[in-house]
Design a protein around this ligand. Structure first.
Ligand SMILES: *Cc1c(COP(=O)(O)O)cnc(C)c1O
Length: 382
């Protein structure tokens, strides 16, 4: 069968925010307007905090105005010092959050299957200055949380996870926010669950709650006491209300994404040299945050960049995510751990990965089918 493949009329991007029904939002806003309580951890904030804790199956949650400030608060709350071992295969916010706490990021290579930090490489990166490991659950696939905890216990290190991609990911039914000392979630509009901008930290140790509340609210303890140099990272009532409505939409969105996943998979599985980046662990339920493929130029006959550029001819804007590596940023490239020889797997991955548009509404008008046909065409015919 010859399929005619045409250019999309409007540009198609990798993300599309899940947005609540405007009438429902209007009702919520009327409630907030009537109360005149629009900021400073009011009723919407409290309710969202409870609902997130329940949804993520965690013990404690503190909300923030974005994920980056949440990550910065995590390092501060755990009193980290010196060096933190992390991955170069992540978004800029991960290492930046360390530098803003006067910590030095030490880049550790990743494993070639799910592209998360490779525990087999962590021990050799540990020095007397190391205080923690900061892993990233890339594309919603979890790090090897068991091995990482073993290493942390052996060397007395803290563990922080960047779970910006992993809202709703579970391992054996256990919420991903239960591993390590603290886990950060981002609620940015591009993430599966969003409050337009927002974020959270989840943690087991209840004693951290007071400290996190001080950090995110100027260090103000009460009317007369300011006990530390905190910053301002409070999620406001309007954004909390958006979150309450979006949270009810997450499961439906995930179901739709599973269908998009299957449509793409059928095509990808039959392409030589193209593979879906996925966990091999059957106990994992993924968040379905991204659909990432790896293109092996030699086996496939096309480079990732060729495919990326060809897609644009069809008005489809895929993302080379994560490229460049954080270790190649101007602000990090001179670190000893940024040396190419230290990061061969991450280097190769950043040349081969491509994220395709991935959201529920691609099921409308055969959007997902069209994208998968374009993928096949640009790979097979060029
Ligand atoms: C989105 C993202 C962040 C930052 O979150 P913000 O809420 O935008 O500050 C951090 N890490 C990763 C891996 C992300 O994808």
């Amino acid at each position: 069968m010859q399929l005619s493949i045409t250019k999309f009329e409007k540009p198609v991007y990798v993300f599309e925010p899940v947005l609540p029904d405007l009438n429902q939002l209007h009702e919520k806003l009327s409630e907030i307007w009537a109360s005149k309580y629009v900021a400073n951890m009011g009723p919407q904030h409290r309710l969202l905090n409870e609902r997130i804790t329940e949804f993520l199956k965690v013990s404690n949650t503190t909300l923030f105005s974005n994920g980056t400030l949440a990550l910065m608060a995590a390092s501060r709350a755990l009193d980290l010092e010196g060096e933190v071992i992390t991955t170069p295969f992540t978004f800029a916010a991960t290492p930046h959050s360390l530098v803003w706490n006067n910590l030095t990021p030490v880049f550790c290579d990743i494993n070639p299957v799910d592209l998360t930090i490779n525990p087999a490489r962590i021990e050799e990166m540990i020095t007397p200055r190391t205080s923690a490991i900061m892993g990233v659950h890339v594309y919603g696939n979890p790090c090897d949380v068991v091995k990482i905890q073993e290493i942390a216990d052996k060397y007395n290190l803290k563990v922080i996870y960047d779970a910006a991609h992993a809202f709703g990911t579970t391992i054996d039914g256990i919420g991903i926010g239960n591993f390590g000392d603290m886990t950060m979630f981002s609620f940015h509009a591009t993430k599966l669950f969003n409050t337009i901008e927002g974020g959270a930290l989840c943690y087991k140790d209840e004693q951290l709650m007071d400290k996190l509340n001080l950090i995110k609210n100027f260090g103000i303890k009460n009317e007369e006491e300011v006990v530390m140099a905190g910053f301002n990272a409070k999620l406001n009532e309007v954004q909390s209300a958006v979150g309450l409505l979006v949270l009810d939409m997450v499961e439906e969105e995930q179901k739709k994404r599973m269908k998009v996943f299957d449509i793409y998979k059928e095509v990808v599985d039959r392409l030589d040299g193209v593979e879906i980046v996925n966990t091999s662990d059957e106990s994992v339920h993924s968040s379905y945050q991204y659909f990432a493929i790896r293109i092996d130029a030699e086996r496939c006959g096309r480079t990732r960049d060729e495919v990326y550029h060809k897609f644009k001819n069809y008005n489809v804007f895929t993302r080379r995510y994560f490229y460049p590596l954080c270790s190649d940023f101007e602000c990090y490239r001179d670190l000893p751990s940024s040396a190419v020889a230290n990061l061969p797997v991450a280097k190769q991955a950043s040349k081969e990965v491509l994220c395709l548009p991935f959201y529920g509404s691609l099921l409308e008008n055969n959007g997902a089918e069209s994208i998968s046909h374009i993928l096949r065409k640009v790979i097979v015919d060029g």
